[in-house]
Design a binder for this molecule. Structure first.
Ligand code: HEC
Length: 443
């Protein structure tokens, strides 16, 4: 076992969620923007309209700074936070997809190299070659999305991989194509908003408004297609996930989906009103407000997408508490649930060997470690915790005494969204004794 990263009130998972939701703004801008850029540059070259180059230069500078400074920092932030929050989860992904990531990084490198060359050669090399650079960037950036979507999708619906252990069985999983199409459409929508902000600040108002209109059309196309592909994605979700989200189970998933849909509609209205009907009204302030709305929508949408994989962190394979859920004979991997139910966690882990489990104090320490490892990825321990506070939930189900909590551990596996308890009777007793020391939910 690795050390545990405890984040009071919100759990470590929420830190990743926050960074990752923010990262969507620069990452999808980086992949989407240059399709629009190339389109505008093509107009400039084919119709000989040098006045459009002012937009290209401003838009590219924004992308350079926002995507390749803030986007890069948050990208590393996802790796860093995910590695400390779920080291075994990340390890599981690396063991299966290290070559996927290596391939993605080749395209990522191409992306970085071409955008710098593109920006610094603007107006300095012949126009046709410069346009080609833009298209090269757009392709490299989009291909990095084609690859990363397979790995991210694998975590959520691992498909036939669980039987075969095959790279492509997990990669082209059942939600791969809908997710790729949703992201491809969304990237045009996100790029549209940024393009409108940049164009509305141009000195040449007539040209600015013309670009605002064009960006809105791209945005509207992206949003409408994105909605259609999202329905396809929802349709492709496994039945168990649909049950959990739409028929009881976890009702908050439906709420998240509604929030995302409302944010989506507001962004669509923005494109219609500030883009097509009154482009002269588009500006920086409205643009930033709409980015905030989009951020809330993305957070909610991601909350649904990630929530739908409960109780797993890697669908069907590894539980949210980083315990391997089942045998994967093709890879020689064995279920750890069965192993720990037989051998016991406290009895087999090194740190427990330094404790004297006949002493009450040490039992509480061991119980706390077990509770952190087995519940702490999904639950906060504070009575006023924001993310699923255990004290309140235990009071809600009416188990507050040590023995009752220990007994409740047998029921965990009956919930569709929680892992079964991977430990023996001693582990249950220790967790019960520790959780009973927390303040009660009603207090
Ligand atoms: C993979 C994530 C995950 C893990 C690990 C996990 N839970 Fe949960 N648990 C949930 C979710 C999601 C809910 C639903 C919360 C809600 O209703 O808002 C929940 C609900 C509960 C509830 C309330 C049940 C009810 O009927 O309302 C209790 C009690 C609980 N968990 C205890 C635990 C304990 C104790 C552990 C550790 C041994 C644990 N959970 C591990 C995700 C998890």
């Amino acid at each position: 076992m690795y050390p545990f990263w405890e984040v009071p009130l919100v759990t470590s998972g929420m830190i990743i969620a926050f960074i990752a939701s923010f990262h969507i703004l620069p990452s999808h801008l980086a992949t989407g923007a240059f399709w629009f850029n190339a389109y505008i540059e093509r107009e400039a070259v084919k119709k000989d309209r040098p006045e459009l180059y002012d937009f290209l230069s401003r838009f590219t500078l924004l992308i350079l700074i926002f995507c390749f400074v803030i986007g890069s920092i948050t990208g590393v932030g996802i790796w860093f936070s995910a590695t400390v929050a779920s080291p075994r989860g990340i390890s599981g992904l690396i063991h299966n997809y290290v070559w996927g990531w290596a391939t993605e990084w080749v395209f990522f490198f191409l992306e970085i190299a071409t955008i710098y060359v593109y920006y610094y050669t603007l107006g300095r090399i012949d126009k046709e070659s410069h346009l080609k650079l833009g298209v090269a960037y757009a392709l490299a950036a989009w291909i990095s999305m084609v690859i990363i979507t397979g790995i991210l999708g694998f975590m959520l619906t691992s498909g036939k991989w669980i039987e075969t252990g095959g790279f492509f069985d997990g990669f082209f999983n059942r939600t791969y194509w809908p997710q790729l199409f949703v992201r491809t459409s969304m990237m045009l929508g996100i790029a549209g908003i940024y393009a409108i902000i940049v164009a509305s600040r141009m000195k040449n108002k007539a040209v600015g408004q013309e670009i605002v209109r064009k960006a809105s059309l791209w945005g509207i196309a992206g949003m409408v297609l994105g909605a259609i592909f999202t329905l396809w994605y929802l349709f492709k979700l496994p039945e168990s996930v649909k049950d959990m989200a739409f028929h009881g189970g976890l009702p908050y998933l439906k709420t998240l989906l509604c929030v995302a849909a409302i944010a989506y509609l507001i962004v669509l209205l923005y494109f219609l009103i500030f883009g097509l009907i009154r482009p002269q009204m588009a500006g920086t302030v409205t643009g930033i407000i709409i980015l905030l709305v989009l951020f809330i929508g993305i957070g909610a949408g991601e909350g649904f997408r990630e929530g739908a994989r409960r109780p797993y962190i890697i669908s069907q394979y590894m539980y949210g508490n980083q315990i391997i859920a089942r045998d994967v004979p093709a890879l020689g991997v064995k279920s750890e649930v069965a192993k720990y139910q037989e051998k016991g966690i406290a009895k087999s882990l090194y740190w427990a060997k330094h404790l004297d489990l006949d002493r009450a104090e040490d039992r509480i320490k061991a119980g706390r470690m077990l509770a952190l490892f087995l519940c702490g990825n999904c639950h906060s321990f504070e009575v006023n915790g924001i993310i699923r506070p255990l004290p309140s939930l235990l009071s809600r189900v009416g188990v507050e005494e040590a023995e009752d909590i220990a007994g409740f551990m047998d029921a965990l596996g009956d919930y569709p969204y929680m892992p079964e308890f991977p430990g023996d009777d001693l582990d249950k007793e220790l967790i019960g004794e520790y959780l009973a020391t927390l303040p009660k939910g009603g207090e």
